[in-house]
Structure formats: C-alpha cells, structure tokens
Design a binder for this molecule. Structure first.
Ligand SMILES: *[C@@H]1O[C@H](CO)[C@@H](O)[C@H](O)[C@H]1NC(C)=O
Ligand SMILES: *[C@@H]1O[C@H](CO)[C@@H](O)[C@H](O)[C@H]1NC(C)=O
Length: 191
C-alpha cells in the first residue's frame, strides 16, 4: 500500500515537473548548430513555450543571427539582423509568444538550410492545469504573433460550440488527461 502510494506520487510529481519546468532545447540535438545537421527533422514534433531556452553549440565556422521577419528568413537576407551571437555556446531566451527566425551568419550557410523558425506558444510554462489562463497574458503578446485571431477565425469551421479558446486550454487539458489516464488504473489497483 505504502509502496504503491509512493510510486504513484513520484509518477504524478514527475509528470507535473515535466510540465512546469522550462525546457532547454539544444538546437540540432547532439549534432548541434552545424551545416550538416538536419534542422527540419530536429524541429519536427517539438513545441516551444514561454520561458524555454534555445542553446546553440557550434564551432568558430558558425554564428547565430536572428532575423526580424519571415521574408528575410525565406530569402536568407542577413543584412539587417535583429541580433547576432558568436560565443560558440549561446542561449536565446524565448521570453514571449512570437515567432523567432534564427540562422547562421556565415556566407551560404542559411541557403544550405542552417536555419530554424521557432514558434513560441502562448501560455505560461509555470501555469498549473487547475488555474485558468489569465486574460492578462494578452498584453504581453506582440502584435506580430496573432495565433489567437487566426485560430478564432478558423474555429468557425470547427463545429463544436463548447470549445472556445484552443491554445492554452488544450495544453492544460492534455496534461490533465495524461494524469487522469495514469491515475484511474492506479486507483483501481489499490482496491
Ligand atoms: C523585414 O525586415 C527587414 C529588415 O528589418 C525590412 O527591411 C523588410 O521590409 C521587412 N519585410 C517585411 C515583409 O516586413
Ligand atoms: C508567466 O508567469 C510569470 C510568473 O510565473 C509572470 O511573471 C508572467 O507574466 C507570466 N506570463 C504570461 C504570458 O502569462
């Protein structure tokens, strides 16, 4: 009994911790920030939230250049960067919901695919599933990032009237469901 409870508590605690803690994303994984890394496959399935960090590890052949908009990113126009870094181990904080465009400042590397487009979801890394998302979150969102307006316009096609705001609530819902699916079988096993 005691052991089961302990295991259960550890499971729940680890789930919650995983939800709450900000994530450090090492860009490119073990291959790092390099021309040979496949950044499309690195990024697929990843989610980025406010409070997370990007870590760029690279040799002196490279650098990190942040671009201001999609068109510069698409055209690999690095002539007017927002920011550039070159320490070889740089950290970029994802401080607000927005889209960030990062590439390498070395001639030709952007064109070779050494670039990442990071979409940072709304919703607070430290918000718990029980507390409802605060409307105070919106003033922090930059006017560039308008996933709420686009999702509300597209939600007219989604038929269910019950589902209101997709982004922050669904995230909490998923983590709640994860806990419930673990919790229910554990409860039965106790009796
Ligand atoms: C993107 O940013 C660059 C540099 O700040 C600027 O010259 C360009 O007009 C911008 N393009 C768009 C589509 O906003
Ligand atoms: C996220 O939470 C922190 C404190 O935990 C708060 O300062 C910040 O304003 C929150 N951000 C958003 C977008 O709600």
């Amino acid at each position: 009994m005691g052991l089961k409870n302990t295991i259960f508590m550890v499971l729940v605690a680890s789930l919650i911790t995983k939800e709450v803690l900000a994530t450090k994303h090492v860009v490119g994984g073990s291959q790092g920030w390099d021309a040979s890394t496949d950044f499309n496959s690195w990024i697929s399935g990843k989610t980025f939230k406010v409070g997370d960090q990007l870590v760029f590890k690279y040799s002196s052949l490279h650098s990190v250049v942040e671009l201001g908009n999609e068109s510069d990113y698409k055209n690999c126009d690095i002539s007017t960067p927002l920011n550039s870094l070159s320490s070889g181990k740089d950290v970029v904080k994802l401080d607000k919901p927005s889209t960030r465009y990062l590439t390498c400042g070395t001639l030709g590397h952007c064109g070779q695919g050494m670039k990442v487009k990071i979409t940072i979801a709304k919703g607070n890394a430290s918000s718990s599933p029980s507390s409802s998302p605060s409307p105070l979150a919106s003033p922090l969102a930059s006017p560039l990032a308008s996933p709420s307006s686009s999702s509300s316009s597209s939600s007219s096609t989604a038929s269910s009237p019950g589902s209101v705001d997709a982004s922050p609530a669904s995230h909490s819902f998923v983590s709640l469901m994860t806990i419930v699916t673990l919790f229910v079988p554990m409860m039965f096993s106790l009796f």
